[in-house]
Design a protein around this ligand. Structure first.
Ligand SMILES: CC(C)(COP(=O)(O)OP(=O)(O)OC[C@H]1O[C@@H](n2cnc3c(N)ncnc32)[C@H](O)[C@@H]1OP(=O)(O)O)[C@@H](O)C(=O)NCCC(=O)NCCS
Length: 213
């Protein structure tokens, strides 16, 4: 399917082999091998030609439809746990994705990139240095307004599990015992705990990044 669309073989290989990163994240979080995180790799999307690993980021082809004929195409942008979030590598990945989708999916003109992540919580700027990769990444996005969350602890659990690679309860707020398990070696780990101990929550936020011209 990729070959028919002219997707470079290197992108196909990266898209399939990203499973290795998911398996090693499982080992980091739970201390053993397991298949519990495979949904993060999204087999149905990968094998249907919907999810692609292109350089630093993964992208999901998505369609917007908001009634009255208003519609368009966007790429959902993901940050796989493959090392640091170098700004140049990130920008190159977006530029490469822009070119690849223009060439391989011309009938789906991409209007923008959309990211939904703990990485876009603006409160992180109160704790991390302005030139950290996370804050530089945030500055490239226009944030959509935050909607009330049904479960105020969802962002806390998501950041602890996906961001810090620590195990979390399936639901409910994090406990003092959970916070005690977070090492305090990096500014992100310290930020995570201080914010929660101050009675705040971490939020999953959605940001929109314009397509590079
Ligand atoms: C996103 C990610 C690549 C950012 O890493 P980075 O490039 O090192 O980010 P920064 O330069 O902004 O790091 C700022 C600080 O946070 C620390 N940090 C970043 N990611 C960390 C992590 N996963 N665990 C612990 N500390 C982390 C850095 O070491 C640095 O600490 P310091 O100031 O004490 O030196 C990294 O957090 C990661 O791999 N996360 C897992 C994947 C993920 O969460 N994806 C999003 C899913 S929605």
């Amino acid at each position: 399917m990729h070959a028919r669309r002219g997707v470079p073989e290197a992108v196909t290989r990266a898209t399939v082999s990203a499973l290795g990163g998911v398996m090693s994240t499982h080992r980091q979080i739970f201390g053993r091998a397991g298949v519990g995180l495979i949904p993060l790799w999204s087999p149905p999307l990968r094998f249907r030609g919907t999810d692609f690993e292109i350089g630093r980021h993964a992208f999901t082809r998505a369609q917007l439809g908001i009634g009255d004929g208003v519609s368009g195409h966007v790429l959902m942008m993901h940050i796989p746990p493959t090392g640091r979030l170098d700004a140049q590598a990130s920008e190159e990945s977006v530029a490469q994705a822009t070119r690849l989708f223009e060439r391989c999916y011309p009938e789906e003109p991409v209007a923008a990139f959309v990211c939904h992540s703990w990485l876009l919580d603006p409160d992180l700027a109160d704790y991390l240095s302005a030139d950290s990769n996370i804050i530089r990444f945030q500055r490239r996005f226009d944030l959509l307004p935050q909607l009330p969350m049904k479960d105020p602890s969802e962002g806390d659990r998501e950041m602890m599990r996906l961001g810090l690679h620590l195990s979390v309860p399936d639901d409910g707020p994090l406990t003092e015992d959970d916070l005690d398990r977070v090492p305090q070696e990096t500014s992100l780990q310290r930020a995570f705990v201080s914010h929660l101990r101050a009675g705040e929550h971490w939020q999953l936020r959605t940001g929109v990044l314009r397509k590079p011209s």
